[in-house]
Write a protein that binds this ligand. Structure first.
Ligand SMILES: [Zn+2]
Length: 405
């Protein structure tokens, strides 16, 4: 068994469509009906000093076949709530009164559980997926959360506003803050490698995960296969489902990779500096697709909010900072550097640079110059770096051309 984690509720406004409002109204009504039926049975037995029954929602489905139309887990939650209410009452009769019948004019709500991960939140598209609502409900996600969703309570206020309260299994991030081992870190994002990172211990490259590459190739094959099928045919529907499944797999796998990498970087460093990726998008428009695929902007947004959570500083340097063109050793600016130059030799100091490593070292120096940098307890020198420790930072204007992200 895993540890028991604390739960945290996040409440958001949701905007159901007319059809979804009807579905919610039905579900509220069915939950109320099941609650009142169960309560009635229990109360009668209680008054007659009989053994109190523990009915399940299935019992009422014959008499009220419309119960089958709503989310069955919502009905299960009614059963759980009423059992809890009775259990509490018998434990402490003064404090816990017997539950009451529900009326239509009471606040309307239902709770459903996350079984088989049917409940999901899409932070990019602002959608909440609930059982029986596969198309998703529009949700205003004013804040992020991380962790497994346990349950969701959908409610409607008397003035017709809808809310979803999402219960998330999460550790309080404040309890989990680790001391940074490195003062600063510079990250250069790339196409060949996902990222090149420099921190107090040196530089290293992070590869694009192989499973993502393979998954993306399969996705392309499925896309072609789907577009060849006759629209509306059975085979076309099958191909569409396979394609949708692969899309979901890729999205989850990529998010997982980006979460783990961003968390590791935030844990390790006090100040994290990245370049402005707009420059790259502008410069390499033909590569826009693969840039979008590589998940840069998602990665940066993860770094940004994790930095907030864990008390780190996240900085995006402005687009005019020449991270690739500056020699990190002597500060010489190589204006002739083209996009195709993977390595270059500094004419002033003679140092040969790997383009990405040099850029990440320059970004690292920007971080080192920040006032947020505190002394850290230096751990043993990391053995990851094939590029050696960065040399002493040059005294240039690097620190002044930053914007706080
Ligand atoms: Zn130089």
């Amino acid at each position: 068994m895993g540890r028991i984690l604390p739960f945290k509720a996040y409440k958001y406004r949701i905007y159901p469509t007319d059809v979804q409002m009807v579905f919610f109204a039905k579900t509220f009504g069915c939950c109320r009906l099941v609650w009142n039926k169960m309560l009635d049975e229990k109360q009668r037995a209680y008054k007659n000093k009989e053994r109190i029954p523990r009915p399940t929602p299935a019992k009422y489905k014959k008499e009220y076949p419309f119960l089958k139309e709503v989310d069955s887990l919502a009905l299960v939650s009614v059963q759980n709530y009423i059992e809890d209410a009775f259990r509490n009452h018998f434990k402490n009769r003064k404090h816990f009164k017997l539950p009451k019948f529900k009326k239509k004019k009471d606040k309307q709500s239902y709770t459903t559980y996350n079984v088989n991960n049917l409940i999901r939140v899409d932070f990019e598209r602002s959608l909440l997926y609930l059982p029986k609502l596969r198309e998703g409900v529009k949700i205003e996600l004013h804040r992020r959360f991380e962790g497994r969703i346990k349950s969701v309570t959908v409610s409607r206020t008397s003035d017709g506003k809808y809310y979803a309260s999402i219960l998330v299994e999460t550790e309080n991030p404040r309890n989990k803050v680790v001391e940074p081992k490195s003062k600063a870190c510079g990250i250069d994002l790339g196409l060949e490698h996902f990222a090149t990172v420099t921190n107090d211990f040196g530089s290293y490259k992070v590869e694009h995960p192989k499973y993502l590459r393979r998954g993306e190739e399969r996705l392309k094959r499925l896309q072609r296969s789907y577009s060849r099928k006759q629209k509306g045919s059975k085979n076309s529907e099958k191909a569409r489902l396979r394609l949708a499944g692969q899309h979901a797999y890729i999205t989850n796998a990529r998010n997982d990779f980006l979460h783990k990498l961003s968390k590791a970087i935030i844990d390790e460093n006090q100040v994290v500096v990245v370049e402005d990726i707009n420059v790259k998008v502008l410069l390499k428009t033909r590569l826009a697709k693969s840039i979008a695929d590589s998940g840069w902007s998602k990665f940066l947004s993860y770094l940004k909010y994790k930095a907030e959570w864990y008390g780190r500083t996240f900085i995006q340097v402005d687009r005019f900072f020449p991270s690739s063109k500056l020699c990190h050793r002597c500060g010489y600016k190589n204006d002739d550097l083209t996009l195709h130059d993977r390595t270059w030799c500094c004419p002033t100091c003679g140092e040969t640079h790997d383009r990405d490593v040099n850029a990440s070292i320059n970004l690292y120096y920007v971080g080192l110059g920040r006032p947020e940098v505190k002394p850290v307890e230096q751990a043993l020198v990391d053995d990851r770096s094939p590029y050696g420790l960065p040399k002493k930072p040059p005294c240039d204007e690097a620190g002044s051309s930053t914007t706080k992200g």
